[in-house]
Structures are given as structure tokens and as C-alpha cells.
Design a protein around this ligand. Structure first.
Ligand SMILES: [Zn+2]
Length: 572
């Protein structure tokens, strides 16, 4: 039994994510986790919310809530939606957890001991009225370039010019509106990534099986321009993990927190510690997934993320791990994704353009979305969601092919033989040909799933469904029944077994429909098939079943048009 550690890029806390975010990390990670569990492997699947930084503070202020309270509420919202999509995390953690505080401070201490952290003197805008340093986004003023009077300290939204807070004319605090601001000296910690360049490059070069999309991005950051730069890992903020070296205070860094990019990936590890606490396990139970000196040397670690996250996962986070000098489990494979666009443009959180995760579940069950998103995953290039394509895919693949097969077989059996697997009759050439075809397709399906070729896996699964339909059409038990009822019984017996097999194979993509099919076939505890022939003999003559409700309802043109209009923009 293999042991597989899976992490999905962790979603930021402020707000509900759209379908493009979902298919860029959490959903394919779930597919892979479900598949590996289905194969009988031991899986640890982790995700969490990324909670620190200025955007969380701003979103909390906008909501009129203390930031800790805001984050706790939004975590619960995101956790509930994840459940709705059947994301099968072993734990859905929080980067603000005590475990992440402790581990982040510990790793900073180790990096300091290794001489990989330096202090840098800097100047930053300070507000006397607010009694604090202001992050760039907390300062507004008039743009020196275009005269726009609400330009932010980091950028002017009107002319898009990149700015520094000192560039602004008449700068003011967005917290209090105070204009009593001054530049004050401050100090920050930088992680000396440049010193780790050779080690990082050697590590990346050792990953010959990584996709080009992943390694080319990493190589670009390592070598372009002046090469890999040192990065600030602290901020003058209240909300975050206080800067410490392990348990000890860090002289000169009082009142500062770690920058969110530093602590967020560490949450992958801390999340396992949270899992242990939540499930009454010991430290050894989570460390066997993460420490190669404590049992993780036989773990295969796979990460899922959008392409914009690749630099952090190939350079910054590994720099923390390698630099610590401790035996942390490093990632073995990174599966990265391009972007999903929405109906001729981009998803837009600010303009409410596109379908957001909560809205998706309001209008249709999770399986409909899971199937479309995964079978159109933006793997080799960006892909696009259109309502026409969604309607067509749901109606054809799910309703006409899979749903229709299940309905025809079970209803025909009920009407002629009752709700029980019929006995009698022998299998002939048609059945042997079907089994041979399915053996081949199953092998291809498994290979695509193993390789995380998600679109190819979906296409193969669909082909497996189609093969059953074509068999049923050709074998025509309704015609056979008139001449030779025993022949019809054999066809139906095989077809009922096919429904059970489809439930097992389809579970990673459409877990709810899979559960419905298994329940209808009265066959729980179904394992992954060793051979198609054996799998099609599991339900024996006399085994009872029930006719399930319609698995997938078709999407009407009217529904499609209504949704198209509803999600065109301006979410309220
Ligand atoms: Zn401007």
C-alpha cells in the first residue's frame, strides 16, 4: 500500500471563490485523493484557509468585525462550501492556527541559526493618529501621474501606475483618514534565498518528471535578470504570526508579524498537526507524513495549484524547508493549472462576473459542476466556461449516456424480472467483446489518473460509459426477451453489474451519483476492480436492487438562458 500526501493550494480567506479557483487546485486534488483511496492507498489530503495579511484586515474592517472573528466566520463558510462540493479533505485547517504559529516561529529560528536571515533597515509611512505603521494599501492620496484622488499607496487604480506611498500627494490613512503621517525608520527580516540558489536549482534539476509548465516557471525566477532575490518575510501589521525565533523574542522585531507568503505554505505542515489534534492523534501520527526521519521517506507528496502559485512552491517554500536544515518531506510532483475563463472574458470577484462556489451549489448539485470542471480542466492551456458547453456536457455525458443507461437497465429488469438480478442464460460473444474492450479502457483510465492527466481520464471514463450503452443497444434485451427470456436475463445481469462497476470507477469524479448507484445496487463496500470480468460477476442471480431516482436531470434552454443572464456581472 502506497502512502500519498496531497495538498491543494490554500484559498485566501476574504470571500467566496469562483469556479476557476475551484478547478485550479482543490477539485483536481480531490479527484486524485479519491482515486488513490479507491485504489486502496493510504492518503492524507490537506487544505486550509490562508488568513493573514492586509486584505484580510481590510475585508474585516469593511464587514465591521474584528479580523479574528471575520476569519473564523469566513473559514466556516468556506468549509461548508467545500463540503457541498464533496471535497474530501482529511483536514481543512487555518493558517492562523496555534500549530502554524509555533511551526512558523520554529522555522524562522532555524533559518536564523543557519545564517539565512538578515535584517534590513527601511522607511515606512507611520500614522500618529492610528499609532501604527501603515501598509501600502492603507495609504491613499492623489496620484502624481493622473491626479486621481483615491490612488492607493501601491498603485493607482485609475491609470494603473505602480506607486510608493511617498509618491502620493496629500497622503491620508484609510483607517482614520488622518493626514498626520510621516516616514519613520523600521526594520524587516529578509530570507536569503540567493544563498540557496544552487541547492534549489539542483533540487529542481532532479525533478525530471515535472511538467515543463512547472519547471520553466521555476527556472525563470532562478535565473532571469539578477537571479533569485532575497525576500522580506516580515510586516508592520497586527494580524499575523508574531516574529519570534522559536520560543524566544526577536530583539528589534517587537510588534511585527511574519509576512503572509512566509507562513501560508508552512500551514501545509501545520495542517497535519491540526488534523492530529482534531482526531485525538499523536505528533508521531502527523510527523510520519512530513518528517523523513520519522517515517515520511516512503511518502509520495503531490501538490495542486494554479500556475501563478508555482514560484512560491518551487522556490520560496522549498527555500524555507531546505534552509531549515531539518528533514522535511519535499514535494515530489507539482500539478499546476492554467486559468479557466468565463463566457468570453474572465471571472471577476470584484464585478461578480462568473459563477461563485456558493451560487453554483444553489442551482445544481455538486456532481454536475465536478464533471464539467474536471472534464474541461485547464491543463495544457486556458479553458473557457460557456453555458452552452456546460448544458451540452451535462445533458449528453451525464444524462444521456450514464443516467440513461442506469435508468433503462433497472427499469427494464423491474418490469420483466422484478427488482432482483435475474438468473439463467449464458454470456456470448457480445459480452466477451465488451469485457475485452472495458479491460483496455480501464487500463487507460488508470494510467491517466495515475499521471494526473485529468481531461484524458474524464474522456476515458466517458468512453467506458459509452461502451455499456452501445452494448445494451446492440444486445437489445427488450427484443431478446420475446424469443429467449434467458438470453435477456443474461444481458440484464451483466448490465446491472456494469452499473455497480460504473459507480466504483466514477466515484472520484461524481461521488454523489456513485453513492446513489451503489445504494440502488445494494452493494456497499465496493472495491476497485482487479479485472473487469471478475467485477461483472459480483452481483449474483437473486441479489436484490432498487430502481434509483433519475441520476441527472437535463438542463433546459430556459434554465441556461436564465443563468447566463444572472451571472453576467454585478454580484449582489
Ligand atoms: Zn493615476
Amino acid at each position: 500500500m502506497a502512502r500519498i500526501l496531497i495538498t491543494s493550494a490554500i484559498p485566501y480567506i476574504n470571500g467566496i471563490k469562483h469556479l476557476g479557483n475551484l478547478v485550479g487546485s482543490q477539485l483536481p486534488a480531490d479527484l486524485y485523493a479519491r482515486y488513490q483511496r479507491g485504489r486502496g492507498n493510504e492518503v492524507m489530503f490537506l487544505c486550509a484557509t490562508d488568513e493573514h495579511g492586509t486584505p484580510a484586515e481590510l475585508a474585516a474592517a469593511k464587514a465591521g468585525k474584528p479580523v479574528a472573528e471575520y476569519c473564523a466566520e469566513m473559514w466556516a463558510v468556506q468549509a461548508e462550501i467545500a463540503k457541498g462540493f464533496r471535497l474530501s479533505f482529511d483536514h481543512f485547517g487555518r493558517s492562523s492556527s496555534p500549530q502554524n504559529h509555533k511551526l512558523t516561529q520554529h522555522l524562522a529560528g532555524k533559518l536564523y541559526e543557519a545564517g539565512l536571515i538578515r535584517e534590513v533597515d527601511d522607511q515606512q509611512m507611520y500614522s500618529k493618529a492610528d499609532g501604527r505603521f501603515l501598509p501600502d494599501r492603507y495609504v491613499e492620496g492623489t496620484c502624481p501621474n493622473c491626479g486621481f484622488n483615491s490612488a492607493r499607496g501601491d498603485q493607482c487604480d485609475n491609470c494603473t501606475k505602480q506607486l510608493d506611498p511617498v509618491d502620493l500627494i496629500n497622503p491620508r490613512s484609510t483607517i482614520s483618514g488622518s493626514t498626520d503621517l510621516e516616514m519613520r525608520p523600521t526594520k524587516h527580516l529578509f530570507l536569503c534565498q540567493s544563498k540557496l540558489k544552487d541547492q534549489l536549482e539542483a533540487w529542481i534539476d532532479s525533478k525530471a518528471d515535472w511538467p515543463v509548465l512547472t519547471t520553466s516557471i521555476a527556472k525563470k525566477w532562478l535565473n532571469d535578470g539578477d537571479g533569485l532575490q532575497d525576500r522580506g518575510i516580515t510586516r508592520d501589521l497586527d494580524w499575523g504570526i508574531p516574529v519570534k525565533r522559536g520560543d524566544e523574542d526577536w530583539p528589534g522585531m517587537e510588534g511585527k508579524v511574519f509576512y503572509v507568503w512566509f507562513d501560508a505554505p508552512i500551514e501545509y505542515i501545520a495542517c497535519a498537526a491540526e488534523w492530529a489534534e482534531a482526531n485525538g492523534k499523536t505528533d508521531a501520527d502527523w510527523e510520519r507524513w512530513w518528517r523523513t526521519d520519522k517515517g515520511a521517506d516512503d511518502v509520495r507528496y503531490v501538490q495542486f495549484m494554479g500556475k501563478d502559485n508555482v514560484p512560491f512552491h518551487t522556490l520560496s517554500f522549498p527555500a524555507t524547508m531546505i534552509g531549515s536544515g531539518e528533514p522535511w518531506k519535499m514535494v515530489d510532483y507539482i500539478k499546476s493549472f492554467n486559468y479557466l475563463n468565463y463566457d468570453g472574458g474572465q471571472f471577476s470577484t470584484s464585478r461578480g462576473r462568473g459563477v461563485f462556489m456558493d451560487q453554483a451549489l444553489e442551482i445544481l448539485p455538486a456532481d454536475y459542476w465536478r464533471w464539467w470542471l474536471l472534464s474541461h480542466a485547464p491543463e495544457s492551456s486556458d479553458s473557457e466556461f460557456t453555458w452552452e458547453n456546460f448544458q451540452q456536457s451535462v445533458n449528453k455525458d451525464l444524462a444521456d449516456v450514464l443516467g440513461n443507461f442506469v435508468s433503462r437497465v433497472t427499469k427494464f429488469c423491474r418490469s420483466k424480472f422484478g427488482e432482483v438480478v435475474p438468473e439463467g442464460g449464458d454470456y456470448g460473444d457480445q459480452e466477451f467483446a465488451l469485457v475485452a474492450e472495458l479491460e483496455e479502457k480501464l487500463e487507460a483510465y488508470e494510467a491517466h489518473m495515475e499521471a494526473m492527466e485529468i481531461r484524458k481520464a474524464a474522456a476515458e471514463l466517458r468512453a467506458i460509459w459509452v461502451a455499456g450503452n452501445e452494448y445494451l443497444q446492440a444486445a437489445a434485451p427488450w427484443a431478446a426477451f420475446k424469443e429467449d427470456p434467458e438470453r435477456a436475463a443474461a444481458i440484464v445481469r451483466l448490465s446491472l453489474n456494469l452499473i455497480r462497476l460504473y459507480a466504483v470507477l466514477s466515484e472520484p469524479f461524481i461521488p454523489d451519483a456513485s453513492a446513489t448507484m451503489l445504494a440502488a445496487m445494494n452493494a456497499d463496500g465496493a472495491g476497485w476492480p482487479n479485472s473487469v470480468g471478475d467485477a461483472l460477476a459480483v452481483l449474483e442471480a437473486g441479489h436484490e436492487f432498487t430502481v434509483p431516482d433519475v441520476l441527472f436531470a437535463k438542463i433546459s434552454d430556459e434554465d441556461r438562458e436564465g443563468w447566463q443572464e444572472r451571472f453576467a456581472g454585478t454580484r449582489t
